[in-house]
Ligand binder design. Structure first.
Ligand SMILES: [Zn+2]
Length: 212
């Protein structure tokens, strides 16, 4: 394939490659959903848009990596729920989601970091059979008020780590995107390196419960 434009999922690492994650097509409308949430969360300016020089945005390169914080989260859920269903998992978006003209989201490798585009969103498949219950994981993350998080979306609700209008930080708010996010939960981390590459352990279970 010539050029840097991402046109095929084969552009990305295959299963078993460093990040065990292929490009995700995302459900129709999911991009808009994430974009909507992203706009709510502060707008594209926060993420930083392009790599200096060359004129190509990071999102159109094949040179990407997950945020270290999200790799840690993935390692933890994989270890906690062996054999969990990953059907709705996703880290990097594909061309339809992130290519020229696409709405994009934190699933697009648009935060430049040393010439590599960093992806700052991770979708975790809701799979109660394995114990990987998105409701409980969201509950734990919200309960811990993890300072790396920008927002979490699950089951028609969104929790932003910062105040949104009259809503306090971490308030549970309705999420009305066309994709209700009831097959996977979405986690976006903040666009500063000190946050997205903080690979401290996540709180993914909670004894008490906060009733999110
Ligand atoms: Zn997502």
């Amino acid at each position: 394939m010539a050029g840097v434009e991402v046109t095929e999922s084969s552009t990305f690492p295959k299963e078993g490659a460093p990040y065990e994650m292929q490009a995700k097509a995302f459900e129709k409308g999911a991009g808009a959903d994430d974009a909507e949430a992203f706009a709510e969360a502060g707008g594209p300016a926060e993420a930083g848009a392009s790599v200096a020089g060359g004129g190509a945005s990071v999102a159109t390169t094949t040179n990407w990596r997950p945020a270290k914080s999200l790799n840690k989260l993935k390692e933890q859920v994989n270890a906690a729920f062996p054999g969990r269903n990953k059907a709705s998992d996703g880290m990097i978006g594909n061309a339809a989601h992130c290519g020229p003209g696409a709405g994009g989201s934190d699933h697009c490798a648009r935060i430049p970091d040393g010439g590599v585009g960093v992806v700052t969103a991770f979708d975790i498949t809701h799979d109660t059979a394995s114990g990987c219950d998105a409701q409980k994981i969201v509950e734990a993350i919200v309960d811990s008020q993890d300072q790396r998080v920008k927002y979490v979306i699950w089951n028609s609700h969104i929790w932003n780590s910062s105040a949104m209008g009259a809503a306090a930080p971490w308030a549970k708010r309705p999420y009305s995107g066309s994709n209700p996010h009831n097959k996977h939960m979405h986690v976006s981390v903040l666009g500063s390196k000190a946050k997205y590459d903080d690979d401290s352990a996540w709180q993914i279970s909670t004894g008490g419960g906060v009733g999110v």
